[in-house]
Write a protein that binds this ligand. Sequence first.
Ligand SMILES: O=C(O)C(=O)C[C@]1(C(=O)O)C=C[C@@H](O)C=C1
Length: 368
Amino acid sequence: MTDVISEQELQALRVRIDNLDERILELISDRARCAEEVARVKMKELKEGESPVFYRPEREAQVLKRVMARNQGPLGNEEMARLFREIMSSCLALENPLKVAYLGPEGTFSQAAAMKHFGHAVISVPMAAIDEVFREVAAGAVNFGVVPVENSTEGAINHTLDSFLEHDMVICGEVELRIHHHLLVGETTKTDKITRIYSHAQSLAQCRKWLDAHYPNVERVAVSSNADAAKRVKSEWNSAAIAGDMAANLYGLTKLAEKIEDRPDNSTRFLIIGSQEVPPTGDDKTSIIVSMRNKPGALHELLVPFHNNGIDLTRIETRPSRSGKWTYVFFIDFVGHHRDPLIKDVLEKLAQEAVALKVLGSYPKAVL
Ligand SMILES: O=C(O)C(=O)C[C@]1(C(=O)O)C=C[C@@H](O)C=C1
């Protein structure tokens, strides 16, 4: 009897869900038609020689923040924003499908970061090296690139910082990704006979203590990427790989142990590079490169204008210079947009003291 009643209850709920889905479907289609209209207006307003700007990171940040502010549950803010991220991604693809280069191969955390930032409707293009991502963007072969810039456990990604010295790029966004590593095996792996564990050197370092505790005598082999590690285990019965969810799914591997990173807050920050300046949203960050004269107190001089104006520095990194002129170079991130009057003032003061100063870009703070 109770079975019949709960079956009826279930039926009624499914009818409600079907009705809601129909309404959601209509609303999403309405939204998509609106985006098509937006594209038409953008094309209409173009002046001679201008090309349309379909992707608007400042607007996307605003849409996602609004969704999060209005959300009343039961779905969490991040979950709800993730759904809207995908809807917007599909709407943008209707206007103009974006091409995004990332540090490949398929299944890397860089690809996961690209999907988190742009949604799944973009065309993602794997590159063999960070420098190639920069070159692909510079050549106009893709609209944007996604490159890792710092990891909370292992620090700065120097290849990325150095590439900024060589290429003229605009930073148009940032995305932070929680990095969860898993120990992965294939169908043919003999799990009690593992003699080798493959992963990228950074990931092996991020799981060092776990490996010492669980596989102290197993050979650790550093390969070019986690995705490459995952690919190798498919055909080796005595090997395992350390990689993330994307690589596990892509290569059909099983998790022998989940979330094995030593620090539970392990995350990587990625930058979105392109050629498009992003207008202020009121909640932005700016990245600059500055080189100072090689004299005592140079770093102090550099920091004083920020301190005096109460500007929040979020990161400072030093790299060796590439030429005689660039004796040493500072990469600085701070809160604010380079068009804000206060920030403009500080940058002008800084430019007077510096050998060279380059604004890499102002962009909305990561929302997701
Ligand atoms: O508002 C715009 O300019 C749009 O193109 C619409 C829209 C959206 O779907 O909301 C789509 C893509 C842009 O990156 C930002 C927003």
